[in-house]
Design a protein around this ligand. Structure first.
Ligand SMILES: [Zn+2]
Length: 334
C-alpha cells in the first residue's frame, strides 16, 4: 500500500488484536470524504480468462460502508478473479491475513511489517520481537509470501533509513528460510532496494509490488529474474514511465494487482479499490502491449502460480469462517 495507516490509538507495539470495524475489517482507510467519491464502482465486464490479484488489503475498510472480505471475494469471483494474495502490514494485520487465508480457498497470505512502521518499532525496541512473530506466521499454512517489506524514502526521513534496511534484510532472511516469495514495497528508493537485494541475495521469487520504476529499472529487475507487479497506476494518464516499463518487461515476469483499497484504476480512479476491479487494469495492460486480454490473463495467471504456487496446493482448514463482528477475534490455532 502507498500509505500505511497508523494503528488505532491504544495499540502500542501493534501486538494486541484490534477490534473489527466495517464488515469485519480491522482497519479503516484514512481519507477526506469531501475530496473523493466513496461509492464502490460497478462490476466491470467479466474476464473470459481469469487472473489473480497478487496484492490486496481486505483488512482495510474503505467507502461509505466497508465490504466484508467474503463479499469482496464473491464480487471478484463473479468477474473472473481466481484468487488473491492478502497482504499484512504489521503484526495484527499479518496475523489476520494468515488466519483468513487458512480457511479461505480463494486467499493466500503475505506477512510483514511495512517499512513505514519499522523506524518507530526500532526506536521503541520492538523490531526484533515483531520480526520473530512474522517468522512464526511465515511458517503457517497458505502463507506464501513475506511482504510487504522494502524501503520507503517518501514517507521516512533520512534517520529512519537504517531501521528500514535492517528490517528489510530481516524479512528477506525470513522469506529465504521458509522458501517463500518476497513482495517488495519500493517508494523513491529504487537504488537502495536493488543494492540490498544484491548484497544479501534475493529470494528465488521476488516481486516488485506496485511497480513504480521506469523501463531501465524494469530491464534491470527482470535481468535478475525478479517480477514486476502492475497496479492501477499503470492506467493513470501521467504514468507513461510505467507503460514503457510494461512494454520492455519479459511477459513471463509480469503480474497484476490492486493494492486495494488504494489506487483504483481509470475509469474509476479515486474511488474505493477492490479485487473485482482488476479487469480494468488487465485490459489497459493488454492495450499497451497490443495483445488480447485473454492471452495476457492466461500468461499472468501462470506467472502468479509460478511465484506463489497454486491456490489449491494446500487445502484450507475445514473451519467455519469468521463472521462479521467476530472476524478480527478469530484464531485458527486458538
Ligand atoms: Zn500494499
Amino acid at each position: 500500500m502507498p500509505d500505511a495507516p497508523r494503528p488505532p490509538a491504544g495499540l502500542p507495539g501493534g501486538f494486541s488484536e484490534p477490534e473489527p470495524q466495517d464488515g469485519g475489517a480491522i482497519r479503516r482507510r484514512e481519507s477526506d470524504p469531501s475530496r473523493r467519491d466513496l461509492s464502490y464502482p460497478p462490476l466491470p465486464e467479466a474476464l473470459r480468462v481469469g487472473v489473480y490479484d497478487n496484492h490486496t488489503h481486505l483488512e482495510i475498510a474503505d467507502g461509505e460502508e466497508g465490504l466484508d472480505w467474503r463479499e469482496q471475494l464473491d464480487r471478484a469471483s463473479s468477474v473472473g478473479i481466481r484468487g488473491v494474495v492478502q497482504v499484512g502490514t504489521d503484526v495484527p494485520t499479518s496475523r489476520w491475513s494468515a488466519e483468513i487465508a487458512a480457511i479461505e480457498p480463494r486467499m493466500l497470505a503475505a506477512v510483514a511489517v511495512h517499512p513505514n512502521e519499522t523506524p518507530e518499532l526500532k526506536a521503541r525496541g520492538g523490531l526484533d520481537d515483531a520480526l520473530a512473530v512474522i517468522d512464526e506466521l511465515a511458517g503457517r499454512p497458505r502463507v506464501r509470501a513475506v511482504g510487504e517489506t522494502g524501503l520507503d524514502y517518501y514517507r521516512t526521513a533520512e534517520d529512519g533509513r537504517a531501521a528500514q534496511i535492517e528490517a528489510f534484510e530481516g524479512h528477506i532472511a525470513i522469506a529465504k528460510r521458509h522458501g517463500l516469495a518476497l513482495q517488495i514495497h519500493d517508494r523513491d528508493a529504487h537504488e537502495d532496494v536493488v543494492d540490498t537485494l544484491l548484497r544479501v541475495g534475493a529470494p528465488e521469487r521476488t516481486v516488485f509490488h506496485c511497480f513504480s520504476g521506469d523501463a531501465g529499472l524494469a530491464r534491470l529487475a527482470t535481468s535478475h529474474g525478479w517480477y514486476l507487479s502492475f497496479a492501477g497506476t499503470v492506467t493513470f494518464k501521467n504514468a507513461e514511465n510505467l507503460r514503457e516499463a510494461l512494454e520492455v518487461a519479459p511477459r513471463d515476469r509480469i503480474l497484476v494487482e490492486t493494492d486495494a483499497p488504494y489506487l483504483a484504476p481509470v475509469p474509476v480512479r479515486g474511488r474505493p479499490n477492490a479485487p473485482y476491479l482488476i479487469p480494468h487494469t488487465l485490459r489497459a495492460m493488454a492495450a499497451v502491449l497490443g495483445t488480447d486480454p485473454s492471452m495476457l490473463a492466461a500468461q499472468i495467471a501462470s506467472n502468479t502460480e509460478a511465484v506463489y504456487g497454486r491456490w489449491s496446493d494446500e487445502p484450507p482448514l475445514p473451519s467455519e469462517p469468521p463472521r462479521g463482528a467476530d472476524a478480527g477475534r478469530f484464531g485458527v490455532d486458538a
